[in-house]
Ligand binder design. Structure first.
Ligand code: FDA
Length: 287
């Protein structure tokens, strides 16, 4: 499957619906265009689960280059990072140091870092590393997944740290003893967590969904919220809705992935929507 996707022109063409490009330059060009359309961005240099600590150092260096490019090009945006890309799982202390380096560099140019949330095996360490770096720098946010039962309790410890909290449904296959399995339960948990965040002062809720049924209740609560908050959506998904929300005066940040290591990200996007698989299969047959 990986070869079919990465080594055929059709496979790469479908993947690039969700990915800004292979290079930092392409990502910055997309970011500037989205900024021009009234949206902020979060740039993700794709990669996860590095196998050697040198790869984590390389990933950190590539993010430093990304921050430099954000500054030079005047992009309105921040970066999103996966801690397994910065070495978590191999050497957690090194991953924490790498995140610290990025938070420090982001702070120098007046922006922030969001820590993506990965598989549940990494949730506790991700929160611990985030908390330590956020306490030192104050410009780090984290993603929380509504499908995990633990997320309500995690919010209790994360909220006092301030910063931004990205709420998403969760993109990995998780077992039923730790995660809601039905769409209804995941959605119900999302609405409850969104309500907590939108009623909490001192954090910036980042409501990350393309689901209108999740967006509507947030819009109702938002009328009474005086502090900052934002919607977040993925590059290439529901662009029409992104533009509508901006036109209605809401803050929207688009998550912009780029780089050569796009295969795992792409398979998660395929899995989220069966129609994508049909589209992908048609593209392959037609090529
Ligand atoms: P849902 O899946 O119900 O989709 C609602 C509608 O959106 C669909 O009906 C369709 O129209 C459209 N849509 C959604 N996904 C699509 C796709 N792949 N292709 C085409 N259309 C699609 N997860 C995680 O585990 N850790 C993380 O750190 C993050 N970070 C993150 C950042 C941002 C900005 C977003 C928007 C999402 C994430 N996610 C994530 C992914 C998230 O957990 C979830 O898997 C996806 O957002 C899909 O869920 P929705 O809330 O969009 O709802």
């Amino acid at each position: 499957m990986r070869r079919l996707v990465t080594e055929t022109r059709a496979g790469r063409a479908v993947a690039h619906r969700f990915i800004a490009g292979d290079t930092l330059g392409e990502a910055v060009a997309v970011a500037k265009q989205l900024n021009g359309e009234g949206m902020d961005v979060s740039l993700d240099h794709l990669g996860e689960h590095v196998l050697a600590i040198e790869d984590a150092e390389d990933a950190t260096a590539s993010y430093l280059a990304c921050l430099e490019a954000i500054d030079e090009a005047g992009v309105r945006g921040n970066i999103s990072v996966k801690l397994t890309q910065l070495g978590m799982g191999l050497d957690d202390d090194a991953a924490a140091t790498n995140l610290d380096t990025l938070a420090s560099a982001a702070g120098r140019i007046g922006t922030s870092v969001t820590v993506d949330m990965e598989e549940s095996a990494h949730t506790t360490t991700t929160i611990e590393i985030f908390a330590a770096v956020q306490e030192r720098h104050g410009n780090v946010g984290i993603a929380i997944q509504s499908y995990l039962y633990r997320s309500v309790a995690d919010l209790d410890s994360i909220i006092p740290l301030g910063g931004h909290v990205r709420l998403c449904k969760g993109a990995y296959a998780e077992p039923e003893d730790i995660a809601h399995q039905s769409r209804r339960d995941v959605d119900g948990a999302f609405d409850r967590l969104a309500s907590i965040l939108m009623h909490t002062e001192g954090v910036v809720p980042a409501i990350a969904t393309h689901d209108d049924d999740r967006i509507e209740p947030v819009l109702r609560v938002a009328e009474r919220r005086s502090e900052p908050w934002e919607f977040q959506m993925l590059y290439g998904i529901r662009r029409d809705r992104q533009a509508e929300l901006v036109a209605a005066g809401h803050s929207v940040r688009v998550y912009v992935p780029y780089g050569g290591a796009w295969y795992p990200y792409f398979t998660r996007r395929l899995a989220e929507r069966p129609a994508n698989l049909t589209f992908f299969a048609r593209a392959l047959v037609g090529s």
